[in-house]
Design a protein around this ligand. Structure first.
Ligand SMILES: *[C@@H]1O[C@H](CO)[C@@H](O)[C@H](O)[C@H]1NC(C)=O
Ligand SMILES: *[C@@H]1O[C@H](CO)[C@@H](O)[C@H](O)[C@H]1NC(C)=O
Ligand SMILES: *[C@@H]1O[C@H](CO)[C@@H](O)[C@H](O)[C@H]1NC(C)=O
Ligand SMILES: [Ca+2]
Ligand SMILES: [Ca+2]
Length: 306
């Protein structure tokens, strides 16, 4: 009997003090979580044409937000409020509904043209407005955009401990590596790897060079890259003053020698056109090369497993 009372007491006390299941979901630091939508969102304030947005969201493991619920609209509205001065429109996905044009219709030229047609409208794409409406606008406009991923679909690699897909584990170095499917400038590449919970590649050994050489020769080409024979890596130099030679340091503020791999490809660094202050690895030998920071190249993210 006594046992039974204690048992019941435990159940009652247990359920009284047990915290309600608190949902703390995590994704990349540049995405915000909306509990009611159970999804993560990111407002990209850089402006791009509509045809670019899918790939940009996909690289982040997300998709262009298709406004499907009131939560999506509320999120859109809230995100606009954080940026008072970026204009009134952002690309969103097509929800299949009919919407008004966000702009006044161009005046139709009633003078018949040679083939009898009057003005032909270009392709129209969906935009979310600052006031929370969905409208349409010509797809060639350059606008901010909103990426979204449902919490259940947000990629997390349990083995590599990164918020991303397609990381490849190399047991020879005990690290995971990935070449995202989009070319970026060096700074964008740096940020993207950080956001995934990784970092731009830093070569620390001959063994790691071998692994990365294998990776760059196994993966498909990164579409749209300025050149396919190198990939941004995590080292760069400040532009030297006067005749001084550039000193390349890793993103962890080490010299290449301190990092453990300082083998330049033949005739590199050559500072071509006096504009090469960012690091890359060559596809054909996996060795180091200096390139222009502002060009868009494929890049390599790395995550050590220690
Ligand atoms: C990369 O490594 C894999 C697995 O060891 C091997 O099958 C493949 O041939 C290598 N590829 C290159 C280009 O070295
Ligand atoms: C740079 O090098 C040139 C040629 O070697 C030399 O004439 C000049 O004085 C140097 N300038 C500085 C700032 O060291
Ligand atoms: C980087 O290293 C140099 C020399 O080791 C040091 O003087 C400098 O303060 C470091 N910079 C940062 C940002 O840690
Ligand atoms: Ca490394
Ligand atoms: Ca070079």
């Amino acid at each position: 009997m006594e046992k039974y009372v204690i048992f019941v007491l435990c159940i009652i006390l247990g359920s009284a003090v047990a915290p309600s299941p608190k949902i703390t979901k995590q994704y990349r630091g540049d995405y915000v979580y909306n509990r009611r939508a159970d999804a993560f969102y990111k407002f990209h304030i850089e402006t791009v044409r509509n045809w670019q947005v899918s790939r940009l969201c996909e690289v982040e493991g997300a998709q262009l937000m298709v406004p499907q619920s009131d939560y999506d609209i509320m999120q859109l509205h809230a995100m606009f409020k954080q940026y008072p001065d970026i204009g009134n429109f952002a690309w969103v996905g097509n929800d299949g509904q009919k919407h008004e044009s966000a702009e006044e219709q161009p005046i139709i030229d009633l003078t018949p043209s040679d083939n009898g047609n009057s003005y032909v409208r270009g392709a129209e794409c969906s935009v979310g407005t600052r006031t929370g409406e969905i409208e349409i606008m010509p797809c060639y406009r350059q606008l901010p955009f909103i990426c979204k991923v449902a919490a259940k679909d947000a990629p997390y690699d349990e083995h590599c401990h990164v918020f991303g897909k397609d990381y490849k584990y190399y047991s020879s170095v005990g690290g995971c590596y990935k070449i995202p499917r989009l070319p970026y400038t060096w700074s964008q590449a740096y940020s993207e790897c950080q956001a995934e919970g990784a970092h731009l590649l830093v070569l620390n050994s001959e063994a790691e060079h071998d692994a990365v050489f294998n990776l760059t020769n196994t993966e498909e080409k990164v579409e749209g890259s300025k050149a396919h024979y190198f990939f941004f890596a995590g080292f760069r130099a400040d532009k030297p003053v006067g005749n001084a030679t550039a000193v390349f340091k890793t993103i962890f503020n080490q010299t290449l020698e301190e990092a453990g791999y300082a083998v330049w490809s033949d005739n590199e660094p050559n500072n071509a056109l006096g504009r090469e202050y960012c690091g890359s690895v060559f596809k054909n030998d996996g060795k180091l090369n200096d390139v222009d920071c502002t060009h868009e190249f494929g890049f390599i993210c790395e995550k050590e497993l220690s």
